[in-house]
Ligand binder design. Sequence first.
Ligand code: PLP
Length: 395
Amino acid sequence: MKQYDFDRVINREGTWCYKYCELDHVFGRHDLLPLWIADMDFAVCPEITQALVDRFANHPIYGYTKPTDGYVNAIIDWQRKRNNFIFTREEAQFVGGIVTGFALVLNFFTGKGDKVVIQEPVYHPFRNVATANGRVVINNALVPTDDGLFRMNLEELEQIFRDEQPRLMVVCNPHNPVGIAWPAESLAEVARLARKYNVVVFSDEIHADLMLYGNRHHVMATVSDDAAAVTITCGAPSKTFNIAGLKSSWCVIKNPALREPFFTWLENNELCCPHLAAMVATEAAYRCGEEWLRQCVEYIEGNIDFVADYCREHIPCIRAVKPQASFLVWLDCTGLGRCHEDVIDLMVNHAHLGMNDGKMFGVAGQCHMRLNVGVPRSVLVTAMERMAKAVRELK
Ligand SMILES: Cc1ncc(COP(=O)(O)O)c(C=O)c1O
């Protein structure tokens, strides 16, 4: 079996890499280990690089292209095999990124002043994009559970649907920033309520291929007939295979009453034309990347275990909440007994770590940080040692 190398430290400075370029702007300094923006610091599966070299970089003409059967079928086959999510070519469309997909859905299915439900703490662009487009965001806040994860508040959700009459709801499935694999029963109940109250559900499944510790992903649209009727599913190989810069995502809608007008609008406005590199990388990833992904997930699990054990042994006032999916670890820093601003100051100006401020995902992120562990183990060791030293010095 080919062994892929996740230990290799690759210098991303000077490569237009967002997590480096924006350090000064976001954190006010550049001398930080960047453990924030959610891409990984691992080299992609070599078959993806080879495909890009052969069909993209080495071919001297970058002319107009058309999505091939090979590209679309690679998406269809991957979803059938991994998630038993079955759809036809007509039910799938390209979108140039998940946030872009959300913005398109928002603009097509809702109007200014319409209400949109999100479940905070959650990936912040849902709120930002909806607000920037003049929609009213309603927060169906997640409820903390003893293990540091969250559950949905479905009783409140029904009240919101009944009283506020929103047009759209976003389900982050699996959930970012806490990495929750939603149970099928919760998703089915959201779908039942959405159908009852005529709400469209946008299910963001970008982290779905990165299930950890044997947890299972449930594609929202597959959990019930109601779910198939109300759900717009968006997924991508971008997090899975570390190709976010190529902006390759897909949107699947089973219900023709939602799909046909939306896909026609996308086509009429030329909003669904994939970039050549996106198609080439996507097909290569889904056709050749399964073993790379298996090893990558194993490596991520090792990184998460390392962080959780390290906190327990050396920084017990910080709890690393083990995610069920993806490479983001929610650090509960409430045990430090400091205010949120002091926690940020500690991590940035003393530990020199560039992590996500938990509050950007909602008020439940108070005194929490989001740590990206999609990095070589040696980088993580340095990060945790810096964190422990900063906490020691605080006392
Ligand atoms: C839940 C979630 N959705 C969407 C995105 C961004 O996707 P894209 O770059 O395709 O817009 C991210 C990136 O961190 C994410 O975590």
